[in-house]
Design a protein around this ligand. Structure first.
Ligand SMILES: [Zn+2]
Length: 392
């Protein structure tokens, strides 16, 4: 950690490492915006660019971020995926079907070294909206072992399977062994819908972030077991750890990325952490009551429901450092944006029109603000959606 400027001030000595948890508690919490604004400070001085890869997070918390990993980290991620695969009884060269919101992505197949040279088929869920029978036919031909996607995208696929087949039974010819979801809060209703559509599959949710890869993975009993490569805490609104089993903001420390170690990193997600011995045989940290970034859906009095992901997808097309959507009333939203240098004011009217259309015709005010003008909620610092109607 001495090689990483952001942590130098903590001033750990060798003796401190005798009690690693006490040493960890001396580190300040790190926010996404800290990392975005001072990227170089969070990177090791010993970095070898030839042995590193960088990527950008999806920005689902409203703060897109560059993250650097080295080859050892990537190799350990690949190895962990292979090990999990063996444990699940799936073939190494599995067939993975990936429904994606990205429209208009046509049906695309490729072999992925990162997934043990599995065959991957991706498609935009919008591309087959009008022709579920064609989609079902392609899915049957591909014969996936695994369906892997955001819960809402897996639901679109499940709807197509049901619509094309006029019902759900073994004759649908779609017999995955695993439906693995990530990236959104998985509600009990969605789980039930997926389980009753893909009756041959286990439905497992992965709690993951690009910064760390998988943080916790559900076992057969639905428990989110924390991966060995991270240490997880839950903190209260005062930033101090809460007691085991009490809900707070999830804070993650990565243990395997030496080139850009993220220590006590605020996720913006809510959950409780405790040590458990599970019926599945696993011991150690588990996350309970995991609530991702809200329900992911905006509901209106007339029954209309709008997926928040569609709104954030519009915002991510623009050069923004951060955004936050606040619902002021039944039909009025304020979107706070922190523009990036490339942002031009004449982008605003088009943005407002797209947002209003996506939000069922509601009035949308877009305000360019400074970093201090984003609203915190009572428990989290970084939040991309707030419902302010209760507060009024
Ligand atoms: Zn378990």
């Amino acid at each position: 950690m001495r090689d990483v400027p952001a942590y130098r001030a903590v001033g750990l000595s060798g003796d401190d490492l005798a009690d690693p948890l006490a040493a960890l508690s001396r580190f300040p919490l790190v926010d996404k915006t800290d990392v975005r604004d001072r990227l170089a400070d969070f990177c090791s001085d010993d970095i070898d660019p030839d042995r590193c890869r960088f990527g950008t997070t999806s920005g689902t918390t409203g703060v897109p971020l560059k993250v650097i990993h080295d080859l050892e980290y990537i190799a350990s991620e690949y190895a962990a995926a292979l090990r999990r695969n063996r444990e699940s009884g799936l073939p190494d060269r599995r067939r993975i079907l990936v429904p994606m919101k990205t429209v208009p992505l046509p049906w695309t197949e490729y072999e992925s070294p990162a997934k043990g040279y599995s065959l991957v088929a991706e498609f935009g869920t919008g591309a087959f909206e009008d022709d579920p029978a064609e989609l079902l036919e392609r899915v049957r031909r591909f014969d996936p072992d695994v369906i892997y996607g955001h819960p809402s995208d897996c639901v679109v696929l499940a709807q197509a399977v049901r619509a094309a087949d006029g019902g759900v039974d073994a004759d649908a010819g779609v017999t995955p062994k695993l439906v693995a979801t990530f990236g959104e809060y998985m509600s009990a209703g969605v789980r039930e819908y997926l389980e009753s559509t893909f009756t041959t599959a286990r439905v497992v949710d992965y709690y993951a972030m690009y910064e760390f890869g998988n943080i916790a993975v559900q076992c057969l009993h639905g428990v989110y077991h924390v991966e060995e490569k991270v240490y997880v805490e839950a903190v209260g609104s005062d930033g101090l750890p809460v007691a085991p089993g009490i809900s707070g903001e999830i804070v993650v420390t990565g243990l395997t990325n030496d080139v850009m170690p993220l220590i006590r990193y605020r996720t913006g997600d809510l959950g409780a952490v405790k040590d458990i011995t599970c019926r599945c045989g696993k011991q150690g940290q588990a996350i309970t009551d995991l609530v991702g970034r809200g329900s992911g859906v905006v509901s209106f009095a007339d029954g209309t429901r709008v997926r928040l992901s569609g709104v954030t997808r519009i915002l991510r097309r623009y050069p923004l450092l951060r955004f936050q959507i606040a619902r002021e009333s039944e039909s009025a939203f304020t979107v706070r944006i922190q523009p990036a240098p490339d942002f031009e004011d004449d982008m605003l009217p088009g943005m407002r029109t797209l947002l209003s259309r996506e939000l069922a015709g509601c009035s949308v005010a877009v305000r360019a603000v400074g970093p201090a003008e984003f609203l915190p909620d009572s428990r989290r610092k970084t939040v991309d959606y707030l419902d302010l109607r209760e507060a009024h």
